[in-house]
Design a protein around this ligand. Structure first.
Ligand code: G1P
Length: 290
């Protein structure tokens, strides 16, 4: 069996960002700056570094800033060139050169499964990745790179996992695993946002997926699940009837950057690691009387 390369990534970005109000009242949550880049640029870079050439962003009303960010900023580039600011010009241009960007709108916030299904025509009949911008996983190799290694071995769908405290499984998709080796599992069953007492394990889905295109037929067949939404987890559960899915425990610190506290923690971790800002920020933090 020849394993098809993953060329496309779907980035759902139509959510209303209610957990981050009022900051997200008029600006997309995906554009909140994490240190010096908007949140969504981190997952775009993660995908591109894995060889992905086509980025498909699922947007909605009020998300135009995302399209502008990944487009050529003609006037800005002329201005930077005229002022001789070549370094920053190069950086700005690199953003739009990173990949082929396309956009599809999700007219109503009907859930993650629905958002992914909106990208169906743009993905076509090939395996693809899904990355949720909220989930910042700070590690080299990146989360998607770790999963790509499993995909190249197995050719199956792969989902990113981490163990979470049992009390928190209610926030996640959770798998019933059959463990293959340390950190690698065959997914036997899945459930979205279970109560701790009903959870099949504490192995929770973190926002990285490599999916076979058969997921789209499954997405067509699901009905509203947890929270009244069309859930990707329910489509994956359906996919299990015909296809293998592997779950890989991701190595790396994961931050839920869609929440205020997670965003703050991610900001501190990434700023401390920044070659430009890290040293000064570290000595600033050390000097704080807390
Ligand atoms: C989504 C998925 C869930 C997954 C989570 C990871 O939930 O539905 O299965 O565990 O992302 O962040 P959401 O955070 O959109 O409620």
């Amino acid at each position: 069996m020849s394993i098809k390369p993953i060329r496309k990534a779907v980035l759902p970005a139509a959510g209303l960002g209610t957990r981050f109000l009022p900051a997200t009242k008029a600006s997309p949550k995906e554009m909140l700056p994490l240190v010096d880049k908007p949140l969504i640029q981190y997952v775009v870079e993660e995908a591109v570094a894995c060889g992905i050439t086509d980025i498909i962003i699922v947007t909605g009303r009020g998300k135009r800033a995302i399209e502008d960010h990944f487009d050529v900023a003609f006037e800005l580039e002329v201005l930077l060139r005229d002022k001789g600011k070549d370094d920053i010009l190069k950086e700005v241009r690199a953003i739009s050169d990173m990949a082929n960007f396309s956009y599809v709108r999700q007219p109503e916030a009907l859930g993650l499964g629905h958002a992914v299904n909106c990208a169906r025509n743009l993905v076509g009949d090939e395996p693809f990745a899904v990355l949720l911008a909220d989930d910042i996983i700070h590690h080299v190799p990146t989360a998607l790179e770790q999963m790509m290694a499993v995909y190249r071995e197995t050719g199956s769908s792969v989902i990113g996992l981490q163990q979470v405290p049992l009390a928190e499984v209610i926030k996640y998709g959770v798998i019933l695993p059959e463990t293959i080796s340390a950190g690698l599992h065959r997914v036997v069953d899945m459930v979205e946002k279970p109560r701790p007492a009903d959870a099949p394990s504490n192995l929770s889905v973190i926002g990285r997926y490599i999916l076979q295109p058969a997921i789209f037929d499954c997405l067509d067949r699901i009905s509203a699940g947890a929270g009244g939404e069309l859930q990707l987890t329910d489509a994956l559960k359906r996919l299990l009837k015909t296809h293998q899915i592997h779950g890989l425990e991701l190595v790396g610190d994961r931050y839920d950057a869609g929440s205020k506290i997670g965003f703050l923690k991610a900001t501190v971790a990434l700023a401390l690691d920044s070659p430009e800002l890290g040293p000064e920020f570290r000595s600033y933090l050390k000097g704080l009387d807390i």
